[in-house]
Design a protein around this ligand. Structure first.
Ligand code: BES
Ligand code: ZN
Length: 615
């Protein structure tokens, strides 16, 4: 396998970035005030102090300017930022320049417009963040496991980078960055960049990200972090309490990288490290380049949840290398990634496991689609200026994945793999829209294999709600076996679960009849200890059922679960279920108020909408 380590393709890509940016800027992004076709910002230099007492990042953002016309202003995105000064580099010195901050827009934040004159090719912004920045979470020492140091981290996707950096916050832009960070001594700061494994903990850290990335992939975290290497190019960063468990859990990561390279071409980001976040991290994982951010809730002790690592790793091809040009095109990131994730799982662990995961995803999708407005089940979704976070669902993930499974089935695996590999190569380090993808698909797959799939069919997948009638309907033999056992068990028989992994348990719990008796609930719990399951996914499925069934013995665990976990996918279905009954809603609001100080801003927003709906 030829690798590109010596060629450094990003060096070439960086020189092309201005051209690439102009091209993809043609795709409109309704979620950014940037005008890339006038002036773009292909390189950022950050200089920031991490101030835990003030819950504030403070310092400067300096940009290279790429001018594509004679505009004398650059437009950027901000949210709750305080800007004290803007300067441009002119006549070999920094000169103060005028800027304006527009009125806040509820979803988009505030447009920042800076005068840049006619010649200058650098702008510098002095600013600080708000303690309530939507893209940051600040934890006190008491909110961490050891209690010794505070912790902070970012979550920039989709439009939260603007809450901690004044930036052209559109994925149509690609930029490289360097950063200098100052933290209290004794803590480690890491970024989505070239993290060193043997950094001295002196509170002074510097980073470089030489490959051009979209703004939503700029990431930062700081806390009591230690490192453990899994292989030459993979290491785990984590708080000490979980470092050994996480390194054990994810031991297969190097093999996953190799398998993906064999299918889709070289891993182009140098190292691939993993960072364990506190349990309040609002997602399962986030594909920050070179350093995926991962929830501790997948460190289950049995390696059954590592499809999440496969997923974040897969983004190194789909998402980070070839990037959605706007949030309407999110399915190009998440659908492709879910597809690649499942292929990695199949390559490492075989078809049976991959098929179970696909079937679980399909069930989630069907459940999701029941409560979504039809127009929000379209892949190339019409967001308007709605916040992408408010429309988050399994549609771009699983419907997108099923579309690719459909294409694979139609064209055959070999043809489709070759197509995908070429796609990653042709669009490497570029941002593309759904329209550009369709054009590429038409030319490189449909036209070369005439009569297999029509453009009408492609349009139905991409632009129509729901699923096409001939969409794949993934099932699993393993699950059919689980269902047979369930029927026997419901009639009083015994369950044989010795070989069950998380997957079978999830399928079992999610498909128990809703009229299951409380005697049977108790019987299950006594035998398998589900209320106390250490597996956060199994516990989640069981607790959700326990709310529906009013199963009292699970209440204490439910309280504890909601108070200690902030991963939104595990938390919000529970609040949603609780909100359905007035007595449960009252209880849920009490728990929520107690849990709120420990929740991430995203988890707060989503769950407040469930518990305190606007009439
Ligand atoms: N990039 C996403 C998370 C994301 C998507 C954040 C859109 C904000 C907006 C990440 O890769 C992801 O999909 N995480 C999933 C993993 C799962 C599908 C295996 C998660 O967090 O649950
Ligand atoms: Zn993803």
């Amino acid at each position: 396998m030829a690798t590109t380590y010596n060629l450094k393709p990003w060096a070439l890509a960086a020189t092309l970035v201005a051209a690439a940016t102009t091209q993809s800027a043609l795709a409109e992004d309704a979620h950014s005030y940037a005008k890339l076709q006038e002036v773009a910002t292909p390189h950022l230099e950050l200089d920031l102090t991490v101030d835990f007492a003030a819950k504030q990042l403070r310092g400067t953002a300096t940009y290279d300017l790429a001018r594509h016309g004679d505009a004398t202003e650059v437009h950027m995105d901000t949210r709750e930022l305080t800007i004290s000064k803007a300067e441009i580099w002119q006549d070999n010195a920094w000169q103060e320049t005028q800027f304006t901050l527009a009125e806040p827009h509820e979803t988009l934040g505030q447009e920042l417009t800076i005068s840049i004159g006619e010649e200058s090719d650098k702008v510098r912004i002095h600013y600080h963040t708000a303690p309530t920045a939507s893209g940051l979470q600040w934890l006190t020492p008491e909110q961490t496991k050891s209690g010794k140091f505070p912790f902070m981290f970012s979550q920039s996707q989709p439009i939260h980078a603007r809450s901690w950096i004044p930036i052209q916050d559109t994925p149509a832009l690609r930029l490289t960055y360097d950063a200098t960070l100052r933290t209290p001594a004794g803590m480690l700061a890491v970024m989505s960049a070239d993290n060193q494994l043997d950094t001295e903990l002196d509170g002074d850290y510097s980073f470089s990200m030489p490959q051009p990335i979209p703004p939503y992939l700029i990431a930062i975290a700081a806390g009591e972090l230690v490192v453990k290497e899994i292989s030459d190019n993979v290491a785990v960063f984590a708080e000490p309490y979980i470092i050994d468990d996480a390194a054990w859990e994810w031991a297969d990561t190097p093999a996953m990288i190799t398998a993906t390279e064999e299918m889709y071409g070289p891993y182009r980001w140098d190292r691939y490290d993993l960072l364990v976040l506190p349990p309040s991290f609002p997602f399962g994982g986030m594909e920050n380049p070179r350093l995926s951010f991962i929830t501790p809730t997948v460190v289950s002790g049995d390696r059954t949840l590592i499809n999440l690592i496969a997923h974040e790793l897969a983004h190194s091809w789909s998402g980070n290398l070839v990037t959605n040009a706007s949030w309407r095109d999110l399915w190009l990131n998440e659908g492709f990634t879910s597809y690649v994730e499942n292929r990695i799982m199949e390559a490492l662990f075989g078809e049976r496991r991959a098929q179970m995961e696909l079937a679980l995803g399909y069930q989630d999708l069907l459940e999701n689609m029941e409560r979504l407005a039809p127009k929000d089940t379209v892949l190339n979704i019409d967001l308007g200026t709605r916040h992408p976070d408010d429309v988050f669902s399994q549609v771009p993930y699983v419907k997108g994945q099923l579309f690719l499974v459909y294409l694979e089935n139609k064209f055959g695996r070999e043809t489709f793999d070759n197509f995908l590999r070429q796609y990653f190569d042709d669009f490497a380090f570029q941002s593309i829209s759904t329209a550009e993808f369709k054009e590429y698909l038409a030319r490189h797959l449909l036209a070369k294999n005439p009569g297999v799939v029509s453009m009408d069919k492609v349009n139905e997948w991409i632009h129509q709600p729901g699923l096409p009638a001939d969409a794949p309907q993934p099932t699993s033999n393993a699950f059919a076996e689980v269902e047979k056992q369930m029927q026997r068990w419901l009639k009083g028989g015994q369950l044989k679960t010795e070989d069950w992994t998380t997957h079978e348990w999830l399928h079992f719990i999610n498909n128990l009849p809703l009229d299951i008796s409380s005697v049977n609930m108790r019987r299950l719990d006594e035998q398998f200890n589900l209320t106390q399951s250490k597996n956060a996914e199994i516990a989640h499925a069981w607790l959700k059922l326990s709310i529906v069934k009013d199963y009292e013995p699970a209440r204490d665990r439910l309280r504890n679960y909601l108070l200690t976990i902030g991963r939104n996918k595990l938390v919000s279905p529970l609040y949603r279920e609780l909100a359905k009954r007035p007595d449960n809603l009252k209880w849920a609001r009490e728990i929520y108020q107690q849990a709120k100080p420990g929740y991430h801003p995203l988890t707060q927003t989503v769950n407040e909408a469930l518990l305190y709906p606007q009439q």
